[in-house]
Design a protein. Structure first.
Lengths: 467, 467
């Protein structure tokens, strides 16, 4: 429990209006997209690295947890105050400090919403590619902490690939600068990329130097409809094998299609599966790539491949794509949303295996996602209140992970480990790797005050998943 | 000193013919491109991770240094046995295990020569972009350890951007797998990128999963000639500002041009500066980009901009480019070769400042390199035997670093710190950052047996550069 002295000191550091202890406010900072709330004891809204440094120094001396938080859109519990303590929200650090159009670099604070940055750089003909589905809410700081991906990762890579350097506050309060403000740099160990994807456990990001690209001169959006999932899955690796790397290559299965249409009517056709594909770049190159994509889809028994004719149609297609995740909850009250990745060519095996798992467990499993990079969002639908179904859902997840790893995949492409996957960490990583990671955590955070209870299981819990 | 028992055990681990203690052999493994040899006591040629694990375990129990080595082409001393011990050469681990054309992934051993991998993947229409100038000799393992760049980094990024996952042996002997075999993955801390660029101090890389791209369908090579350096430097940021990211964008100053021509006669024209530019990709896109590049060069007072007409001309141009570094040694017996990076738009300021430094110190400084990403190879020419000149050269380097950092740059874009820049580390990094890095080193290598004396100054030395 936070003492009155600590609360007073927190208010002194960030200013009276930037600290809250009221139950109504704390409730708003108790949840994320996992739908498993934990109440914090305080929420603070610092405005710079110095304030954060003071908070963290006090957390070390007084021994309370500090949980950095962007917009709370994460799927793995990264921003949940599982051990109580102080939620450190970056929402009042949302300045785009600079967009350097000569060097193609942006300097931003962590609370900048990804979409806002994209809109702003596009005004100068520039492009910030990372596009997590949450981009209209989620923040650059959160994106960096989780190494967020998104549909465009197939061609453009993930958040990691756009971060040149960081200003961060270490858990012990030191403010450091990592990386560079330039296109490259190799001085010392890569602390930048160690912080990226560390899920807020190694430091609080307070500024980021981001790499920008010129905005592609044209985009073509294609919708390919398949009578069955297998043909769509085969077309995915067929397109890549044909040496075309589209900007996005999204797969949507029939369960997901039906859900969106039943609850939102956004114009997806009734089909076994859909591929939503975008090619971007030089007009002539895009035309050529679109032709290849069409050919490969038709070779894999697509019943139709159509290009969106105007920007409204494109907008509608992406609206429908983004509606999948929320609309799934309309068929069953709960879902376990995983984001496994397999080598692209193994997507047909993954999908087939998941359908078998669903059948064996008597569950509905919806699959959609960034098939172009092998990243499939596997949504196991169930009802929490039905304990038998809940157990079956949990078992199904383990089976999906086993299948994924057998196919040389990974259990998380972009959502991270957080609390939801901590118990499965040892399915993918060896004891030696986990041990090194825990000791790195200890280097940064010897008292364990920054975002405790994440990634690694605590000693109180069982020691991971026993196969 | 290695005991007879240790030597016998080394022979037992790797096999009699894969260990050498003869002076003639040791001499071959005593140097790298820095031209400051240090004699090892043994050189071993292990063939797999298990042998390396046994060697490192023995190094821990017996307390001798182990120095991983690729081809020894590094410019910062990363592979030098500065404290003696055992050089661990990866030259007998040179299998390309797999080129997966469906998933665009290659699995290679560390001793594979970069050029060999490139040639091999190109047979399948694929492309491995990282191209350090040493690529015909240097190895993938060395490239990863140093995070090597190269001319194509401006468009395609550096080695880091092509490594998906690694098998590595930790200094304490555990064999770990890091990262993924897929396009993305975020499970646990990013040990892959912590190992990349760690200059062989955190682990020995024994396998690498590398990302491949489709080979660009066309390449145009342009040679732009400028009456002065300033125009060329301005054209560099002008091209990027015009939203063109060429595949390569190399700047060569008049000192370098004269050197190459005096000693190799490779066809560079007499000029104030040259830009060697390549655009690649779709034919139509390349045509358009070439036009923009030409326009920007002419706007910046280029006297001519010509496209190479056939592959022989292209080959000759790159041969000339690669000849710069060796031919510089023909004008002065020694050189200090730095690889500073500044934001592209600051290249004119950097070059001007360097010319002033050269004048003030009475030295010849040749500048060339990857101007497209702001990375300039600054070659301070001198004679080691002339102590006054040697002192002036060292002072000039410090001045170049100061200028670089003032321009928001970094003191190393791709060569690393090694031993040559260890004393300047604290010019760029804060004590808090260096402290974290040292403690990470200690997590991996508590006995300090793997590649000691690199990156960080030892306690025996002075504590860094005093400004």
């Amino acid at each position: 429990m936070l003492t009155e002295i600590v609360k007073k000191e927190l208010k002194r550091i960030v200013g009276e209006k930037n600290a809250s202890f009221s139950k109504e406010n704390l409730l708003c900072y108790s949840y994320d997209a996992t739908n498993s709330p934990y109440m914090p004891e305080a929420v603070v809204f610092p405005t710079d690295a110095k304030e954060i440094s003071l908070i963290l120094k006090m957390a070390n001396s007084e021994g309370f947890p500090v949980i950095p938080r962007g917009a709370g859109t994460g799927f793995s519990g990264g921003s949940l105050p599982v051990e109580g303590g102080v939620v450190l929200s970056t929402e009042r650090m949302r300045n785009i400090v600079e967009i350097d159009t000569e060097n193609l670099v942006a300097l931003v604070e962590p609370g900048v919403v990804t979409w806002e940055l994209q809109t702003e750089v596009e005004k100068s003909g520039l492009f910030y590619p990372p596009d997590p589905t949450s981009l209209k809410f989620s923040t650059i700081g959160g994106n960096i902490a989780e190494c967020a991906g998104g549909p465009r990762a197939v061609k453009y890579g993930v958040t990691r690939d756009y971060v040149l350097g960081l200003e961060a506050v270490l858990p012990t309060g030191e403010i450091i600068n990592t990386g560079v403000k330039t296109a490259k740099g190799v001085v010392g160990y890569d602390l930048t990329r160690l912080l990226i994807g560390s899920e807020g456990t190694l430091g609080v990001i307070t500024k980021a130097y981001l790499r920008l690209l010129p905005k592609p001169e044209s985009v073509v959006t294609l919708l390919a409809v398949f009578p069955d999932l297998k043909g769509a899955a085969k077309a995915v690796s067929g397109i890549i094998s044909a040496k075309v790397i589209p900007a996005t290559l999204e797969l949507i299965d029939s369960v997901s299609i039906k859900c969106v249409e039943a609850h939102a009517k956004l114009g997806f056709p009734d089909a076994g599966a859909i591929l939503l594909i975008e090619a971007d770049g030089n007009i002539e190159a895009v035309r050529k790539e679109s032709e290849t994509i069409k050919r490969v889809c038709l070779e894999n028994r697509a019943s139709s491949v159509k290009a969106a004719t105007d920007k409204y149609e494109v907008k509608d297609l992406w609206k429908a794509r983004r509606a999948i995740s929320p609309s799934l909850l309309k068929i069953r009250p709960d879902k376990i949303n995983e984001d496994v990745v397999v080598p692209r060519a193994s997507i047909p095996d993954l999908i087939e295996g998941i359908q078998e798992i669903a059948k064996a467990k008597g569950l509905l499993i919806a699959c959609f996602g960034h098939a172009g990079d092998g990243n499939i969002h596997v949504n196991v639908m169930y009802d929490k209140k039905d304990s038998k179904e809940a157990k079956a859902a949990e078992d199904a997840v383990v089976d999906v992970f086993k299948l994924t790893l057998k196919l040389n995949g990974t259990i998380s492409g972009e959502h991270g480990v957080g609390i939801t996957k901590a118990r499965y960490l040892n399915m993918e990583l060896s004891p030696a790797s986990i041990d090194v990671m825990k000791r790195i955590k200890n280097v940064f955070d010897p008292r364990g005050i920054l975002n405790p209870g994440k990634i690694f299981q605590t000693d109180k819990e069982t020691s991971g998943y026993k196969a």
